[in-house]
Design a protein. Sequence first.
Length: 564
Amino acid sequence: MNLKKINEGFSVTEQLSVADVEALAAQGVKSLICNRPDGEVADQPSYSQIAEAAAQAGMAIRNVPVVTGKMTDADVQAFSQAYDELPRPLVAYCRSGTRSVNLWALAQGAQGMPVAQIMAAGSAAGYDLSDAVRRIESSAPSAGKPVTAAARHFSIVIVGAGSGGIAVAASLLKRKPDLQIAIVDKAQKHYYQPGWTMVGGGVFRNTDTERDTATLIPRGVQWLQSAVQEFAPENNRVVLDDGSAISYDRLIVACGIKLNWAGVEGLPEALGRNGVTSNYRYDLAPYTWELVQGLRSGRAVFTQPPMPIKCAGAPQKALYLSGDHWYRNGALKNIDIQFYNAGAVLFGVKDYVPALMQYIERYKATLNFNHRLIKVDGDAKRAWFETVDSDGQKSVVDTDFDMLHVCPPQQAPDVVRSSPLADAAGWVDVDQETLRHKRFQNIWSLGDVMNAANAKTMAAARKQAPIVAHNLLADMGVTQGTARYDGYGSCPLTVEKGKIVLAEFGFGGKLLPSFPEWVNKGTEPSRLAWILKKDMLPPIYWHGMLKGHEWLANPNVKQEGYLS
């Protein structure tokens, strides 16, 4: 926690933890303002968790959530009211403190504070409030209208410093080292998310899966520690969350997927206690393992939402690794495993289903298809599902649980869904082979955010990065021919501790094995595939994929000229 003092009674800071709230209370802080919406990143504590900690510490708190880059006049007014009414000392927080200090600046400007005084207070705390001042001096634009500043220009802008964004930057520089590239992302931490199911199974520690983002940005790439608030492809610009704009010759969108925790009633408040957990969050995966070790009897419920989701096998991987632990320690006979899947099949590629069904039977798990989680009551340990029968009739059923592992519903990030880049479902609209945007010819996309009909996995991004790099450089005249994506994705299904069914497939469920047969035994469990997942893939990720090494990922190039 890094408090930045704005005036005698008011400070701003980055995202608070429950422990931070307790520390602030001990320092005499009396009030908090939350300016961050729930669910922006996987490891973010919910507002309800912070509010509960504040209440226990005797602190007042207000929730004034502001979507990155969407700061409206109504947001400023709500902040101003909270700022005026709450007792001092007062601390406001968001992801980095930037939204909070800009809200303060705009609120004070509206009340007549001189802009020189606002600028001086921000500068003393390490913030450049010039964009807020421009907004004040222009009498504040209408609600929802962002402020823009003088644009900076880059040859290539990459939105997102996750797996796809960093990998494609490295692949571009491998082909042309002198490129002028900027990566836009606010996240200070980068996560190897495929490792979280292993954390939930007691194999990895969650700290094994994180690195500082700064250590991964390729040499020569400029990292803009900001978030995109608006795409303006007609003008070759993106607007950042501080109101400034950058322009580009070519754009790559790789900003991932939004985990919509709030899409299930009561879920944000329930997570992390009363047996409710998820391997889809960095901070909760260890809680999954804690619950698995502690459960000796009762009902364990695992859920899967409608597709598309990040790694379609992850919800059942949690089931398999949990079931394997209970199977090995003799507790399985006293545990009722229930799998509630919003879909109609266990796995989308039918060739792998027989092997998976053997483990469903081993762990005596009950399959409940066409059941979508809609509500959770953690205190009552109860979950509700909407189900659809063969005639299309909907009804709601509920169940109690002793452990509930949730995979949240997922969607494209809000900034993409509301942009000209999106298709009707909200995803970046690309040609699924070239990964070039269907309407804006200087834009490409990869990873979870785009709409190609592939599985949303890290392995897919590993294949897509060199394809995007080649095709973008072909558009620049640096490379020749068109690289085409075959929809490759991989899902190492951890059916037990020590064995994996290594699912590798492409568009239409076509099997696309890339590893030797002695590693990938087709549709059967493999011990060597487990070693690959546990011991080899993490270093391949950190030291290979993110460094531009394209092992088993060289693009398939057709020398036919670039096709739009």
